[in-house]
Design a protein around this ligand. Structure first.
Ligand code: ZN
Length: 277
């Protein structure tokens, strides 16, 4: 059950087929020294979150190389048809033919695509992505993008490359994962000029982590319509509740908390699923 006084939509969950989860968890240990806390496969993840009062789950997965996305997206369609109140950002790799996702994107529970630049290793403005950006805008869907320099950077992430993308596609509806960590101020500043950008809270509302989001509550109040709660579940190395509790301790207004934990996510899902904009 949900022990918090607010309903919750989790806009940043990761689900993969079981064997891929095993491989990812192994690579986290090898690459980052992270042993994730929740070794739960997809059905268990969904059940775990729903049992704790998460009303809607938005998950994503990504393709680390060419040719993998099709298999993942077929799996995604199976999950979406099997599970109520579950939505997804599908997989795409810039070397994939855009035709492989043209049907997939029309599924009402597909909210768009996830691009994970740290793992996938390409620039956000890479021209190979143009067909994807145009497809996403055509169907009024979104991109969930890991484009920040945290927890470790590489040449492909960071504010510079993202601004270059915005110069090419100023209306691109991107959700910037992890509040843009670690360049929080630089990414937050973009919200004023680019009304289609959103941010999510995943992995950065942690009390004792130096790189976490330690900004004044006023920033969250100001952008209360633009921030989505997300957990990064199950790929986290701390209890899932910690971030919700950190958010609750921020001293935010009730409306702001409700917007972040539920209303903003619900609005986006409704706009896409019912196309009622
Ligand atoms: Zn994530």
């Amino acid at each position: 059950m949900n022990t918090y006084p607010y309903p919750i939509i989790d806009f940043h969950v990761h689900l993969f087929p079981d064997r891929m989860f095993d491989a990812i968890w192994k690579s986290f240990v090898k690459d980052y020294g992270w042993d994730v806390m929740y070794h739960l496969y997809y059905k268990e993840c969904i059940a775990y979150l729903k049992e704790r009062g998460v009303e809607k789950i938005v998950y994503s997965n990504y393709a680390h190389k060419e040719g993998v996305a099709k298999h993942l997206n077929d799996w995604n369609l199976k999950v979406l048809d099997e599970q109520d109140n579950v939505y997804c950002f599908g997989a795409y790799h810039p070397d994939d033919d855009i035709a492989t996702v043209e049907d997939f994107i029309t599924h009402p529970k597909v909210l768009g695509f996830k691009l994970q630049l740290l793992v996938q290793k390409f620039y956000p403005y890479d021209t190979r992505l143009s067909p994807l950006y145009e497809l996403v805008q055509h169907y009024k869907k979104r991109i969930l993008m890991h484009v920040g320099t945290g927890p470790v950077g590489n040449e492909f992430v960071g504010i510079g490359g993202f601004k270059k993308l915005l110069r090419q596609y100023p209306d691109i509806p991107v959700t910037i994962a992890h509040m843009g960590a670690y360049e929080y101020d630089e990414f937050l500043e973009l919200l004023d000029d680019y009304p289609h950008l959103m941010m999510d809270t995943a992995f950065v509302f942690l009390p004792d982590y130096e790189g976490a989001f330690h900004k004044d509550p006023e920033v969250l109040e100001k952008y209360q319509d633009r921030i989505l709660y997300g957990s990064d579940f199950p790929n986290i190395i701390f209890p899932r509740e910690l971030e919700i509790e950190t958010l609750m301790k921020y001293g935010l207004s009730k409306t702001t908390l409700e917007n972040i934990l539920y209303n903003n996510g619900n609005r986006i899902i409704r706009q896409i699923v019912n196309d009622d904009r």
